[in-house]
Design a protein around this ligand. Structure first.
Ligand SMILES: NC(=O)C1=CN([C@@H]2O[C@H](COP(=O)(O)OP(=O)(O)OC[C@H]3O[C@@H](n4cnc5c(N)ncnc54)[C@H](O)[C@@H]3O)[C@@H](O)[C@H]2O)C=CC1
Ligand SMILES: O=C([O-])CC(=O)C(=O)O
Length: 308
């Protein structure tokens, strides 16, 4: 199993590190445009192998896509992150050009690859990859919901005073400060609805904290987060590489699912060796449906800014 990660910055390196530590891939290629940067990160990570006990071989490449040839999975993290006070959507101007060039180069050397898009605004960047590469929709996956759901579980556990492993919950919809749809109605503590433990008001607070999870960290760090994003990407890569058939909310092309068309947006999907094995349509309440429609409107408005 060969995995390429484009962008050896904060998220790309964290993602490569988690993939290596989980030790399911034979090879990870890190690629960056900055001279020597990916090679340096790869060497540093390889020097953790004997300490962390993995055999995954990590190599670096300065923009030489020949080194990525025949990758089974390619992750795109190249592009600029936001600064405090910015929205993810404001990154479109620079990141669209980067994602378009990178995805085209990847496909040239790995025509059968599955692409995981991370660069922001992620739903729109995922749509851009659809529009410009023409590869089948099951092989293009945007990472956002897996991260947002991890943050949701963190906030739920905090509110419940419970261990995170006791909590389950999912966030669908667009990966934006206003577009996320945390499914509080379906969240549970050890299969008991969380509403049995905490008030409606506290649950509403959890929902709001979840939606601005990325912005909160950006405010604290001065740039956006990388540990949880890297871990979320590695979980998707592992589900595909190991054909786990696990459900994750991912940004996928919807063609009628949830009553939506012609955009990529977060929905629960089964991930396996073919990438998106299926989109899972859960029964949403009228309010959740309305939130999905509003979220889709926001994503489509950003998509309209693309020069396709
Ligand atoms: N979807 C999600 O949940 C998340 C998305 N992000 C997004 O991921 C992206 C990366 O974030 P960070 O790693 O923090 O940024 P970073 O600045 O640390 O790393 C980005 C890397 O991309 C490289 N790069 C730029 N243009 C390139 C090109 N044409 N080819 C190859 N490499 C290129 C840069 O040299 C840099 O090393 C941002 O757009 C950020 O908003 C970050 C966290 C979560
Ligand atoms: O907040 C950002 O800009 C980066 C990101 O998507 C996240 O951490 O959720």
């Amino acid at each position: 199993m060969k995995v390429t990660v484009v962008g050896a910055g904060a998220v790309g390196a964290s993602c490569a590190e988690y993939i290596a530590i989980k030790d399911f891939a034979s090879e990870v290629v890190l690629l960056d445009i900055k001279e020597g940067y990916a090679e340096g990160k790869a060497m540093d990570l390889m020097q953790t192998a004997s300490l962390n006990g993995f055999d995954t071989k990590i190599t670096g490449s300065t923009n030489d896509y020949a080194k990525t040839a025949n990758s089974n999975i390619c992750v795109i993290t190249s592009g600029i992150p936001r600064k405090p006070g910015m929205t993810r959507e404001e990154l479109i101007g620079i990141n669209a050009g980067i994602v378009k060039t990178v995805s085209s180069n990847l496909i040239k050397h790995s025509p059968d690859t599955i692409i995981i898009v991370v660069s922001n605004p992620m739903d729109t960047m995922t749509y851009l990859v659809h529009k410009t590469t023409g590869i089948p929709k099951n092989r293009i996956i945007g990472m956002g919901g897996a991260l947002d759901s991890a943050r949701f579980k963190y906030r739920l556990a905090e509110a419940l005073g419970a261990p995170i492993s006791d909590v389950d919950g999912m966030v669908i919809g667009g990966h934006s400060d206003t577009g996320m749809v945390p499914l509080t109605r379906l969240a549970t503590r050890n299969s008991v609805p969380v509403s049995e433990f905490i008030s409606k008001e506290r649950l509403e607070q959890v929902l709001q904290e979840t939606k601005v999870g990325g912005a909160t960290l950006t405010g604290l760090l001065g740039t956006s987060a990388w540990y949880a994003p890297g871990a979320a990407v590695s979980a998707l890569v592992q589900a595909i590489a190991c054909d786990q058939k696990k459900i994750f909310p991912c940004s996928v092309l919807v063609e009628g699912e949830y009553g939506l068309n012609d955009l990529c947006i977060g929905a629960p999907v089964v991930l396996g060796k073919n990438g998106v094995e299926s989109i899972v349509e859960i029964n949403l309440s009228a309010d959740e449906k309305a939130q999905m429609v509003a979220s889709a409107k926001g994503v489509s408005a950003t998509n309209a800014l693309l020069e396709l």
